[in-house]
Design a binder for this molecule. Sequence first.
Ligand SMILES: Nc1ncnc2c1ncn2[C@@H]1O[C@H](COP(=O)(O)OP(=O)(O)OP(=O)(O)O)[C@@H](O)[C@H]1O
Length: 310
Amino acid sequence: MNDVILDIRAVSKRFGNYQALENVNLTVKRGDVYGLIGENGAGKTTLMKLITGLSPLTQGQITLLGESAQHYHYALRRTGAIIETPVAFPNLTVRQNLKVCAIQHGLQDAQIIDETLEFVHLVKKQRTRAKHLSLGQRQRLGLALAILPRPDFLVLDEPINGLDPTGIIDFRQLIKRLSEERDTTILISSHILSELYQVSNRFGIIHHGQLIKQVTKEELDEANQAGLIFTVDKVQLASQTLDQSGYAPFDVLDDQRILIKDNNVTAANVNQVLVENGVAVKALTHQEGSLEQYYTDLLAKEDQRHAKSN
Ligand SMILES: Nc1ncnc2c1ncn2[C@@H]1O[C@H](COP(=O)(O)OP(=O)(O)OP(=O)(O)O)[C@@H](O)[C@H]1O
């Protein structure tokens, strides 16, 4: 079984004299929810258009679902996408839009339309014309059209743009369900990094048309020191106790605080072990890995490096 769904090799894209993408190498593996991050104009949409065949490459090679070059269109049949604004026929109802999509994909079964409507929570709006939907409902219709043929791979360009907080939470759950229940591999971009952090397991950072970093969530958490922080009275004794009890990995942050990096440990258990061994726990905090912090630090370093080399 091939575990690489998308393999981008040395891809460049030029618009006239403007180099929008330069020597991009990126890999999406089966089951990934891959978060693509970058400033306005960094090249995210351009890359997604190349992947979905909406725009031709200037240089390089893209292999999608094992297909490349003249067989690429086979892979596109198994790929769904929302690039920029979702496309639907404004005068058709939600259901009619899905029906047109089903016919285009040679799907006759009415059940697939019902299932899709249920999946995106648009059953009650199925008789509403697309032009009368709210922004969040339109985004959900866009997603419905993209997932109706049950694609193996889904490309979502800023799908949560403009949604209200409930809409964002709703969309997050839809993406998680697509990944967990339907095994869809997803490439998603967003400027809302806290949201991207919650749904993605790997991240790619594009800066001025170059992919400057690919990082897993674990690596990011490690870099950001995510985990449980115990503030204790005897830090050395606490460290010995944790060592002996197998609560690794952990870091002694200073003379009062210890960070346990494993997010799966139960705070109550650690607390009990420490107290039983004569360590008083004064405070306990949960430190989240922050994609935003990681991203801004990385960009600052990158810009510094760039300034030095000029
Ligand atoms: N058809 C085009 N002709 C000329 N330049 C283009 C074209 N499409 C995109 N560009 C340029 O390529 C660069 C990358 O644009 P792109 O839309 O990929 O950025 P982005 O990372 O998606 O940004 P945003 O977060 O603002 O959506 C921009 O400077 C843009 O102006």
